[in-house]
Design a protein around this ligand. Structure first.
Ligand code: FNR
Length: 398
C-alpha cells in the first residue's frame, strides 16, 4: 500500500531510472567498489544480451479491467511477501557501504521482501539475521530470509556455516553452482581479492569457529595477517575446484538434516538438461541465473534460458529468475514467461552505495511502486493473472 509514497512521502532523494541510478552510484563508490560491482565477464556480451532479451517481449495491455483492488503479494516457500521480488545474494557489501549487509537486510525485512545472504558476506550470519528481524519488526511481519551457499571444500566448515545459518533463522538454502572461481572480469582482475585481503569482506567466513580452527592449525593470526587469512578463506571456498552432482546431493541432505527439511535450491542454472537433473535429484526450486553475466562471456541470455526451462520443468519445480532485471516491466515479463519469483542484484547495490539504508529503501520502494502502477495501467489485478498470453514475443527491428 502507498508504495508510490517512496521515502515516507518525502521528495524522492534521487532518480531511480536505472541508467541515472548507476551513474550516481559510480560517483559514490570507491574505484574498487565500482569495479567489483559493475564488472562483467569478458566483453560483457552476456550482460548485454541479458538486457536485450527483455526487448524481445512486449506487454499487451488490457483495458477497462477493475484493477481498483490490486494485490502485488505472493508466496514463496510458505512465506507471504509483498511482491515476487527479492534481494539477490551479493558478496562483500562493506565494499559498497561501511555498514555492509546490515541496512540491506533491514530494508528487506521492513518491506516484507525475501533477503538472501551470500556466503561471501562481510558480516557474521548471526548479525545479518538480527538486522533482518529488526526490519521486519518495524512492519510487524515475519522476516523471510534465505542463505546462499558457496560450498567449501572442507565438509566440517560447510556444516558449521549451515548450522549457523539455521540457528540465525535462514529458512532456505540456495546453493550457487556457477562460480567455482570468478569469471574473467577485465575491470576486476585484482579488485575482488583486494576486498578480501583488506578486511572489507569475508567476515561471515572469518568469524566461523571451524575456520578459526583452520587458521590456528596453519598458525595464521587473522588480526596481524589479514591477507593470509583472506587467502585461506578464498582457497577453502573456491580455489577453482568444481563440485559435481554427487556432492550437491550430499549438501542437500546435510541442509535438510540440519534445518528439519527446509527448502534447498540451486542457483545458476541455464541448461534444460541441468534443470531436469536438479528436478530428478529432488531440489525444492531452481534459480535460472547467469550471475548477472559475470561468469561466462557470450552465454545465453538468462531470460531466454528461462523460457526453455519453464517449458521443460515448469510444472515440476519452483522456478526463480535473475540477471538483468532493471524495472517492473522486466519483472512482469519474467513472471509471464513462467518464473514464480524474481531477484534483483545491482539495483539494490546502487541504492546501498548511494545512501545506505534510505538508499536501498528508496530503490526498492520505487520498484514496488512501479510494479503496482504497471499492474493498474496494464490491466492486471494480481500476480497470478500474469501469464504467457500477456506478452507478444519475437524479434522486431525497431
Ligand atoms: C553477485 N552475485 C552473487 N551471487 C551469488 O550467488 N553469491 C554472491 O556472493 C554473489 N555476489 C555478487 C556480487 C556482485 C557485485 C554482483 C553484481 C552479483 C550474483 C547475484 O546474486 C545475481 O545473480 C545477479 O546480480 C542478478 O543480476 P542483476 O540483477 O544484478 O542484473
Amino acid at each position: 500500500e502507498n508504495f508510490w509514497k517512496s521515502n515516507n512521502g518525502e521528495v524522492p532523494p534521487f532518480n531511480t531510472e536505472p541508467a541515472a541510478l548507476e551513474d550516481l552510484a559510480r560517483t559514490k563508490l570507491t574505484q574498487n567498489g565500482w569495479y567489483y560491482a559493475s564488472s562483467n565477464a569478458g566483453q560483457s556480451r552476456t550482460h548485454t544480451v541479458n538486457r536485450q532479451a527483455f526487448y524481445r517481449h512486449r506487454i499487451i495491455p488490457r483495458i477497462l479491467v477493475d484493477t481498483n483492488q490490486r494485490d502485488t503479494a505472493t508466496e514463496i516457500f510458505g512465506h507471504k511477501v509483498a511482491a515476487p521480488i527479492g534481494f539477490a545474494p551479493v558478496g562483500i557489501n562493506k565494499i559498497y557501504h561501511p555498514l555492509g549487509e546490515l541496512p540491506v537486510a533491514t530494508i528487506a525485512g521492513e518491506l516484507n521482501l525475501p533477503y538472501c545472504l551470500s556466503t561471501a558476506g562481510s558480516h557474521p550470519v548471526e548479525d545479518v539475521g538480527a538486522a533482518n528481524d529488526a526490519g521486519a519488526q518495524r512492519s510487524n511481519v515475519d522476516a523471510c530470509r534465505f542463505f546462499q551457499l558457496y560450498m567449501p571444500h572442507d565438509d566440517e566448515l560447510t556444516r558449521s556455516i549451515l548450522e549457523r545459518a539455521v540457528k540465525s533463522g535462514f529458512t532456505a538454502c540456495i546453493l550457487t553452482v556457477d562460480t567455482w572461481q570468478l569469471g574473467w572480469r577485465h575491470d576486476d582482475i585484482n579488485t575482488s581479492n583486494y576486498a578480501f585481503y583488506h578486511g572489507t569482506g569475508a567476515d561471515l567466513g572469518l568469524s566461523d569457529p571451524v575456520f578459526q580452527k583452520r587458521l590456528r592449525e596453519k598458525g595464521i593470526d587473522a588480526k596481524t595477517q589479514p591477507n593470509e587469512a583472506g587467502a585461506l578463506w578464498i582457497d577453502n571456498v573456491w580455489h577453482g575446484r568444481a563440485h559435481t552432482w554427487e556432492k550437491v546431493k550430499w549438501v542437500m541432505e546435510l541442509w535438510r538434516e540440519l534445518s528439519g527439511g527446509k527448502p534447498f535450491c540451486l542457483k545458476g542454472i541455464q541448461a534444460v538438461g541441468d534443470a531436469e537433473k536438479a528436478v530428478e535429484m529432488g531440489v525444492d526450486g531452481i534459480v535460472v541465473s547467469n550471475h548477472a553475466g559475470r561468469q561466462v562471456d557470450g552465454a545465453v541470455a538468462s531470460l531466454d534460458a528461462l523460457e526453455q526451462i519453464v517449458d521443460a520443468v515448469g510444472d515440476k519445480t519452483y522456478i526463480m529468475f535473475d540477471s538483468g532485471v532493471r524495472s517492473a516491466s522486466d519483472v512482469f515479463k519474467a513472471l509471464a514467461l513462467g518464473a514464480k519469483f524474481v531477484f534483483v542484484g545491482r539495483l539494490w547495490i546502487w541504492g546501498l552505495a548511494i545512501m545506505g539504508e534510505p538508499g536501498v529503501r528508496h530503490v526498492l520502494k520505487s520498484l514496488l511502486a512501479e510494479f503496482d502502477i504497471l499492474l493498474n495501467v496494464a490491466g492486471f489485478r494480481n500476480v497470478a493473472e500474469i501469464t504467457r498470453s500477456a506478452l507478444e514475443s519475437g524479434p522486431k527491428d525497431y
